[in-house]
Design a protein around this ligand. Structure first.
Ligand code: NAD
Length: 335
């Protein structure tokens, strides 16, 4: 029976990279019944809402989605569709594996880490107000339930995948209560289920310095929402950029897979965006639904394209001249 997967093309480069990813997944022979759903700027024009009810209903029903990036206006306008989706479906764990890719030469080799970001709390609570003119407050929320839940996810993830160490990035020296609660929960969960997994805490400013000096010393990185957002992009920069880092937003009964990158308006509509990050997110999705054989074949295929180093088959961000769809074609030829 075909898997029913909700698909949101999104804004900017979204439609280009998501269609490329769909072609690859279909070519790998997985029977997927794609349910196309509107969200983002395009949805406002057609449905008067950035996150139409039909999209919410379908994700609620099928509990699985592949999503393109969605533009969020800066400093004004509608609140983030991404944040709304994550809260609505309690997608509390953002999981972003960052690895050195074959054939992509960067300053570092052998990066193999994963960022586990709390996805529903922190400064993304959306609670902002003006106290008096010229003074605003933005509220950072941390709950014991939320902090414990993400710590448990990180340690279970590490255990299941044979990872050796969990490092928490925090700023509990300044935010003694909110980040204090976060590390308190991480310590407790480590004591309870950490087993032989090493546990480490770093104040995030030091953590940033350590990452750019030697990212290979990290394994699983656990942190609250805003820090995870920033560190994900920083880590992408270590392995070749946003075109090569996938992601998953995981809840207890729903999962939405999407790349770390945004809608990249600077390159939208030009057929030059790298679809690999969404393809890799699709691979994570296939593993999630037990289609591991197809997932491995796609991964082997893109590793082969990258290793081949043929400039005609690689997108510009990773040193080639190929377009978005040509990269997907090259990958499909290797399947
Ligand atoms: P961005 O991630 O869209 O782009 C940052 C830089 O990386 C740009 O130079 C872009 O061209 C490049 N880039 C990104 N993806 C690429 C790809 N696949 N191939 C090649 N180059 C790529 O970040 P931004 O410009 O700060 O944000 C643009 C919009 O995206 C904003 O509205 C932001 O809110 C939104 N955004 C959405 C998501 C999401 O939907 N999950 C995530 C991040 C940002």
């Amino acid at each position: 029976m075909a898997h029913r997967v909700c698909v949101i093309s999104g804004d900017g480069i979204g439609p280009e990279v998501v269609s490329a990813a769909r072609r690859v997944i279909d070519a790998a022979g997985v029977a997927i019944d794609w349910i196309e759903l509107p969200a983002g700027a395009g949805a406002v024009e057609r449905f008067g809402d950035v996150l139409p009810a039909q999209t919410i209903d379908a994700i609620r029903q099928h509990r699985l989605a592949l999503k393109g990036p969605i533009t969020t206006p800066i400093g004004k306008g509608f609140s983030s569709v991404n944040v709304r989706l994550r809260k609505l479906f309690n997608l509390y764990a953002a999981v972003r594996p960052v690895r050195s890719m074959p054939g992509i030469k960067t300053r570092y080799d052998n990066v193999e880490l994963v960022v586990v970001r709390e996805n529903t709390e922190g400064l993304y609570s959306g609670l902002e107000h003006e106290v008096v003119p010229g003074v605003v407050e933005s509220i950072k929320v941390a709950t014991r339930v939320g902090c414990e839940r993400i710590a448990r996810y990180a340690f279970n993830y590490a255990r299941e995948r044979g990872r050796k160490k969990v490092t928490v990035f925090h700023k509990a020296n300044i935010m003694k209560m909110s980040d204090g609660l976060f590390i308190d929960c991480a310590r407790r969960v480590h004591a309870e289920i950490g087993g032989s997994i090493q546990y480490e805490e770093l104040i995030i400013d030091n953590g940033c310095m350590q990452i750019v000096r030697d990212p290979t010393r990290f394994d699983v990185l656990l942190m609250e929402n805003l820090y995870g957002d920033l560190i994900s992009d920083l880590c992408a920069g270590l392995v070749g950029g946003l075109g090569v880092v996938p992601g998953a937003n995981i809840g207890d009964d729903c999962a939405v897979f999407e790349a770390v990158h945004g809608s990249a308006p600077d390159i939208a509509g030009k057929n030059i965006a790298n679809p690999l990050a969404v393809i890799m997110s699709g691979v994570m999705m296939l593993n999630h639904i037990g289609q591991t054989e197809a997932a491995t074949r796609i991964r082997d295929a893109y590793d082969a394209v990258l290793t081949g180093g043929n400039r005609d088959e690689l997108t510009r961000d990773i040193g080639g001249t190929a377009g978005t769809q040509q990269f997907a074609d090259a990958l499909i030829r290797r399947l």
